[in-house]
Design a protein around this ligand. Sequence first.
Ligand code: NDP
Length: 425
Amino acid sequence: MKPNSQGLKQRPSHDTEREFGGTLGALCIPILLPLTVMFLICVSRSPEASLLQWPPALPSTDQLWDPLALVLLLGWISLHALLYVLPLGKVSEGLVLRNGTRLKYPINGFHSLCISGVLLMLLLGLGAPLGSLFELLLPLAACAIAGSYLFSLYLYIRSFWVPSHALALGGNTGNPLYDFFIGRELNPRIGNFDLKYFCELRPGLIGWVVINLGMLMKEVELRGSPSLAMILVNSFQLLYVADALWNEEAVLTTMDIVHDGFGFMLVFGDLAWVPFTYGMQAAFLVVHPQALSSLGAAAIIALNGIGYYVFRKSNSQKNQFRRDPTHPSVARLETIATATGKRLLVSGWWGLVRHPNYLGDLLMALAWSLPCGFSHLLPYFYVIYFAVLLIHREDRDERQCRAKYGLAWDTYCQRVPYRIFPYVY
Ligand code: NDP
């Protein structure tokens, strides 16, 4: 590849507002979040499991490095890269890019999940000690974090060789620290292999449920059978991951794919943060078993069911409306016109609050923590973090929608005053 002069000369030509605290955020987040991952893993296996354990006991080098972890991680990513390129499932087009073209994406993430599931069952049948993932969690996370830095550096460097229309509008400020963090290139590809799309839902997300299964197997090793709490956590999170992959096509219209560049923020989020912190409840349960009554379990299942229903219905309604507004399931909904030609839903799920999908997601997040009881705060880390993330994300999205739709967006906000929680926020 030859450096592209346009790319090299890119200045902060787009007066974009800096996000995530600008340069300071870009300096602190890549240091603090990886430390948080390691801290949470260490704390979750300590007897106290207290988030207030400060300063935390530092893990030894032996605990952080295991060559097996590196081999497993590279093997796992290679397996998914192979599954990605297999001619399975359909091929979909993304949204129109700034240069008027559309990229093609394989929709075969659900196939990857199923094949991974079959391979895991075979390995278990052959006696593979999946429960050892519990001991390997720290070195696996260390490798994933180190890999995220290296991969982001590669993405940052290669972005200087692409034409300017291939850069994300918000990732081209000219400040190396910020651009490395937020991501310069919108859709980095090696041939037809889309690096951002690949990382978004595959190795990390499927890795998360494999780690959960490893924790369940560890419980079986320790106590003879999995607990009800562990089964619920595993099932809820498997449903969430399977749903994301079943509806993989919908990711093509999300902010991550359409708007954000591919830099440390997304790389680390996809490959390290999601698999190693989202499964914190299962890791916690290995060391802190919880008794759960049938009534308690039924209430938690109901909460997860309601959350899933709101999440799925609202996401599907918007996707359907954006794909085909004349479809019978959405044609009768009330809408308002915008100057862009696109319309905004003001009834149905999107008339309840401005982000009903976030509401459903948060109800599910709470249901994943409740099986861990009320004795510790740690298993609630995910729901607290996720509420902060979605409130921040909602704010980012509002700003983008206000810029896109102007007055029409203000009218929508007047008609639907609450953002995520009806009558609360
Ligand atoms: P959304 O699916 O919420 O999409 C936001 C976009 O929808 C807006 O930019 C706008 O785009 C369109 N829109 C907004 N309001 C309306 C309306 N009234 N009528 C029609 N279109 C409207 O974006 P996200 O990517 O944030 O979320 C997708 C899902 O992923 C959510 O369920 C979220 O909870 C989940 N998620 C999960 C995360 C995790 O870590 N587990 C992280 C982030 C998200 P336009 O008008 O241009 O179409």
